[in-house]
Design a protein. Structure first.
Length: 584
C-alpha cells in the first residue's frame, strides 16, 4: 500500500470546507446543530491528495473513478454521548424509512452520507421545533449507520478511540484490543514508515476526507477489503477533534473480483481449465456463470483445435512423405520417359530410313521382277528359235539325205554307164569318160553330203544342247522370276509395314514427346505440391506448438478446478507472492 490510508480501489473523494456537526450548547451533550468550520484550512480547496493519495494493486496512484464527489457533513465528536436526544414518533418513522433506504444501498457510502446531509441541512433550515425533530432524525440515521455499517473513530493522530461491533467483526479484534492503539495495526509495516502514510493523517488532521476501497489486515493476518470513508469531525471551535471511518465489508466481492482477475490472467497464459466458484452475490454470480460458460466453450474449442492440429500435423506429415515419394518417382519417371522419348525418336528415324530403304528395295525388286520376266520372255523366244533351228537342222538333214541318195544313185548310174560304155567299146569311150566324171562328181557330192551331214549332225547336237541349256535357263529364269515375285511381294509387304511402322512411330514419338512435356509439368506440380505440403506440415506443427500452450479440460464438460484467491497471509513464506495491494 502506498496511499496514506493504505491500498484502496476506486476514487478518493475529499471535501474542503466541510459542513459539520457541533454541539449547540457546549455544556449539553445531546443537542446538535449544523455550523461552518472555523478552521480556515477547512475552507481552502485542497487539490490532489497532498501526498496521501492511495494507490492500487501495483503501488501506483489510482486517480479518478466512476463515482462523483458527494457532499458530506462529517460526524461530530462521536455518536451522541448520552440518550438525552429522544426522537419523536415522526423521527422514528423517518428512521425506519432511512433504515429501509440504507438496506437498499448495499454499502454505498456516498449515498448513505448524502441522506444524512440532506436530513441535517433540511433540519437546520427549519424553525427550532423542526430543528429538534431533525436532530432526532440525525440520531436515527446514526443508529442506522451503526447497525448497517462498520465504524471506527480515531484521534487526529490516528489513535483508535472506539469502534462498533460491525467493524470489530470484520477485523477480528475486540474493542479492548484496539482502543488506544494506532491505526497502523491494520497497515503493512513497511507502509507505516512511509511519508505517504504520515501525509495521509496530516491531511485528515487538516480536515480532508477520503473515500475508497481499502485492504486491511485482519487479526489472523488475512486481508479484509472495506469500502470506506475517512472524514474529519470538528469541535465547536472548528478544530478537528477526531476522524471517523464508516465502512462496508466487501471482502467477498473483492475476493470474487480478484478470483475473476486471477482466472482471466491464468486464461491469458493458456490455462483453460480454470473455473470460478459460485458466489452468493447475484451480480458476481452472473459474471461467474458467464465466465465459466465461456471458459468451458473456449476449452472445448481449443481442445477440438488441438485434436484437429494434431490430426492435421499427422496428415500433413503423411501427405508430405507421400508427396516426396511421388516427387521422386515422378522425377525418375520423367527421366526415364525423356530417355524413352529420345530412343523412340531415334527408332522413328531408323524405321523411317528402313521404310525408305524398303521402298527402294521394293522398287529394285519390281525392276528385277520386270527384268526377270523380260528375260523369261527372251529365253522363251530363244527356246522357240532353237526349236526352229532344230527343225531346220532336221529338214537340212533330210535334204542332205536326199542329196546323198541322189549322189548314191548318180554313182550307181555312172557305174552302170561305165559298164555300158565298156560294152560299147570305142563307141562308148566318150560316154565312159563322162560317166567317169559324173561318177567322180557323184562321189564328191556324196562326200560333201556326208561332211554336211556330219556338220548338220554336230549342229543338231549343239542345237539340242543349246535347246536343253535354253530350256534349263528358261526354267531357272522362271524360278528366278517366281523368287523375284516372292521377294517383291515380301519386300512390298515389308515396305508397307515399314511405312505403317514409321507412321505409328511418328505418332508414338509425338505422344511420348507430349507425355514427356506433361510429365515434366507434373513433376513441377508435384514439386510445388511437395513444397506446399511441407509448408502445411510446418504450419501444422506451429499450430500444434501454439495449441500446446493451452491447458484444456480433456474430461467431459463439467466444473474444472476453481480459481479461488489464495489466502496469502496464511501461506508459507516461500509461497507468498508479491502483495496484490499493500494492507492499510
Amino acid at each position: 500500500m502506498s496511499g496514506a490510508s493504505g491500498d484502496h480501489r476506486g476514487p478518493t473523494i475529499r471535501r474542503p470546507g466541510n459542513e459539520l456537526f457541533r454541539p449547540q450548547n457546549p455544556d449539553g451533550p445531546a443537542s446538535w446543530s449544523l455550523g461552518r468550520s472555523r478552521n480556515p484550512a477547512a475552507h481552502r480547496h485542497r487539490p490532489g491528495n497532498r501526498g496521501g493519495a492511495d494507490r492500487g494493486a501495483s503501488g501506483t496512484a489510482e486517480g479518478g473513478g466512476r463515482h462523483k464527489a458527494w457532499p458530506t457533513a462529517p460526524l461530530g465528536p462521536s455518536a451522541p454521548r448520552s440518550s438525552g436526544l429522544i426522537p419523536s414518533r415522526r423521527s422514528r418513522r423517518a428512521s425506519a424509512a432511512v433504515s429501509r433506504d440504507s438496506s437498499r444501498l448495499d454499502g454505498s457510502m456516498p449515498c448513505t452520507m448524502r441522506i444524512m446531509e440532506d436530513a441535517i441541512v433540511f433540519g437546520w433550515n427549519q424553525k427550532r421545533p423542526q430543528r429538534d425533530e431533525q436532530a432526532g432524525l440525525a440520531t436515527a440515521l446514526f443508529a442506522v449507520i451503526d447497525r448497517t455499517q462498520a465504524t471506527i473513530q480515531f484521534s487526529p493522530d490516528g489513535t483508535i478511540l472506539t469502534a462498533n461491533q460491525n467493524f470489530l467483526d470484520a477485523i477480528g479484534y475486540t474493542l479492548e484490543e484496539i482502543v488506544g492503539r494506532h491505526h497502523s495495526i491494520f497497515i503493512d509495516e513497511d507502509y507505516v514508515k512511509s511519508d505517504e502514510y504520515r501525509a495521509f493523517w496530516q491531511a485528515l488532521a487538516a480536515g480532508e476526507f477520503f473515500t475508497n476501497q481499502y485492504a486491511r489486515r485482519h487479526k489472523n493476518g488475512s486481508v479484509v477489503w472495506l469500502q470506506a470513508t475517512y472524514s474529519a469531525s470538528f469541535d465547536e471551535n472548528g478544530n478537528v477533534d477526531r476522524v471517523i471511518k464508516i465502512a462496508t465489508d466487501i471482502t467477498a466481492r473483492q475476493n470474487s473480483i480478484e478470483g475473476l482477475s486471477q482466472a482471466i490472467a491464468e486464461m491469458s497464459h493458456g490455462d483453460l481449465t480454470v473455473r470460478l466458484p459460485h458466489s452468493d452475490l447475484p451480480d458476481i454470480e452472473t459474471l461467474v456463470t458467464a465466465f465459466n460458460r465461456a471458459s468451458q466453450q473456449l476449452s472445448s474449442a481449443i481442445a477440438s483445435v488441438k485434436t484437429f492440429s494434431s490430426d492435421l500435423d499427422t496428415t500433413a506429415g503423411n501427405l508430405g512423405r507421400a508427396s516426396s515419394d511421388l516427387s521422386q518417382r515422378t522425377e525418375a519417371q520423367a527421366a526415364t520417359l525423356e530417355e524413352t522419348a529420345a530412343a523412340v525418336h531415334e527408332l522413328t528415324h531408323t524405321v523411317s530410313a528402313s521404310a525408305t530403304g524398303a521402298r527402294e528395295v521394293e522398287a529394285s525388286a519390281t525392276h528385277a521382277k520386270t527384268t526377270a520376266e523380260r528375260g523369261a520372255t527372251v529365253v522363251g523366244n530363244a527356246i522357240a528359235a532353237m526349236s526352229k533351228i532344230e527343225e531346220s537342222s532336221r529338214q537340212i538333214s533330210r535334204i542332205i539325205d536326199v542329196i546323198e541318195d541322189i549322189a548314191f544313185q548318180t554313182n550307181l548310174l555312172a557305174l552302170n554307164a561305165g559298164v555300158e560304155a565298156a560294152r560299147a567299146g570305142d563307141a562308148g569311150k566318150g560316154f565312159a569318160v563322162v560317166a567317169s566324171e559324173v561318177r567322180l562328181l557323184a562321189q564328191r557330192s556324196s562326200e560333201s553330203a556326208n561332211d554336211i551331214k556330219a556338220l548338220i549332225s554336230d549342229s543338231r547336237q549343239n542345237v539340242s544342247s543349246g535347246v536343253e541349256l535354253v530350256n534349263a535357263t528358261g526354267t531357272e529364269l522362271r524360278n528366278i522370276t517366281d523368287s523375284v515375285s516372292t521377294i517383291y511381294e515380301r519386300v512390298h509387304d515389308i515396305a508397307l509395314g515399314a511405312a505403317e511402322q514409321a507412321a505409328t512411330l511418328t505418332e508414338i514419338n509425338s505422344a511420348v514427346a507430349h507425355l514427356d512435356v506433361v510429365t515434366q509439368k507434373n513433376a513441377a506440380m508435384v514439386e510445388q505440391s511437395t513444397n506446399a505440403t511441407k509448408a502445411l506440415s510446418r504450419e501444422a506443427r506451429r499450430l500444434a506448438e501454439q495449441m500446446a500452450a493451452f491447458k484444456v479440460d480433456d474430461r467431459e464438460p463439467g466444473p474444472a478446478r476453481d480459481a479461488r484467491p489464495r489466502d496469502h497471509a496464511n501461506a508459507a513464506p516461500h509461497e507468498r507472492p508479491e502483495p496484490v495491494l499493500r494492507i492499510a
